[in-house]
Design a protein around this ligand. Structure first.
Ligand code: FES
Length: 323
């Protein structure tokens, strides 16, 4: 059972590569489409291995009646980015009306926006909005190289010296402690990037004595420590065993087998899809969520089925432990 089901039919208006390994897809939406804020996301129906699945992407600014996304092609894609990259003008699809769980507060005297790689998608919209409304902010943008940074020309033009780039291939690294140290009191930090970046930011923020309520983040769900391998999961008290493919999430495998699951964000943030691990054999959990604490992850007792997976082997799980 998904929490949000406000679907619209859509048609691809344009598809173009806007940076190394990043493709922008713009859709015309049928029916009403309310205006949406930066940080909003949409859920898109994709086809993976011949099966229907849903993937979540950040909405980037687009004209009235349109939605746009920018998607990085992942070498270890579970199938979502591969499908999106196959779309061309005229293709039809389904997507949800945007929702926002990564909103600007509009209460801070200054904002620090921090983007890592394709995590720039919500940060780009925020930078445009803050610039348009004359807010005080700085944007820090890190990626493997300048060529891998979408929206770069527009951001340079719009932000001027409020933008600083950190391309790793030029040896530039972000000094998080220094960035945080110069922020005025009550400043807020918005960060979107890979799990390692988010963890480092959270630690630096807490070490600096900043209030957690003024740090907002969003993370990709596909940042594992291990390559995706197949594994097997049996559901206790149900006669169901699924083989989870490398290009598939545990959540998708369970839904595909007819197991009724509760879920929402599909990015390891909300915890609704969490399952309890009763037995684990031959592998361990590759945690890719930000819902469980480090302590909970060490216990290997629960995992978010939308993004976290087993390295290999098999597990017995309970899906109804919270009911
Ligand atoms: S659906 Fe939100 S954490 Fe899995």
């Amino acid at each position: 059972m998904r929490m949000t089901v406000d679907w619209r039919r859509a048609q691809v208006r344009s598809a173009e590569q806007i940076a190394e390994d990043v493709r922008k897809i713009e859709f015309d939406i049928e029916g009403d489409l309310p205006p949406f804020d930066p940080g909003s996301h949409t859920n898109i129906v994709v086809t993976i291995g011949g099966q229907r699945a849903v993937r979540t992407y950040t909405c980037i600014p687009a004209g009235p009646g349109r939605m746009a996304i920018a998607v990085k092609r992942h070498p270890n894609s579970r199938g979502g980015s591969r499908f999106i990259w196959s779309l061309h003008a005229g293709d039809r699809g389904e997507m949800t009306v945007p929702e926002n769980r990564f909103e600007l507060s509009w209460r801070a005297p200054h904002y620090l926006l921090l983007a890592g790689g394709i995590g720039v998608t919500p940060i780009y919209g925020m930078a445009r909005t803050l610039a348009a409304s004359g807010q005080s902010f700085r944007m820090v943008y890190g990626a493997s190289s300048v060529a891998a940074m979408p929206f770069l020309n527009e951001l340079r033009e719009l932000l001027g010296d409020r933008l600083e780039l950190f391309p790793a291939d030029q040896g530039k690294t972000i000094d998080l402690a220094a960035e945080i140290a110069v922020l005025p009191e009550n400043a807020e930090l918005y960060v979107c990037g890979p799990l390692g970046m988010l963890t480092a930011v959270k630690q630096a923020w807490v070490r600096a004595g900043r209030p957690v309520s003024r740090l907002r983040y969003e993370v990709f769900g596909d940042n594992g420590k291990f390559a995706e391998m197949p594994f097997e999961v049996s559901v206790a008290n149900k006669n169901v065993t699924v083989q989870v493919r490398p290009d598939q999430s545990l959540l998708d495998a369970l839904i595909g087998a007819g197991v009724e699951m509760i879920y929402d964000c599909q990015r390891g943030e909300c915890g609704l899809c969490a399952v309890q691990i009763l037995e684990l054999e031959g592998g361990t959990v590759d945690y890719r969520d930000v819902f469980f604490s480090d302590e909970e992850k060490h216990e290997n007792r629960r995992m978010c089925s939308c993004v976290s997976r087993l390295t290999t082997g098999r597990a017995v799980i309970d899906i109804g432990y919270r009911l």
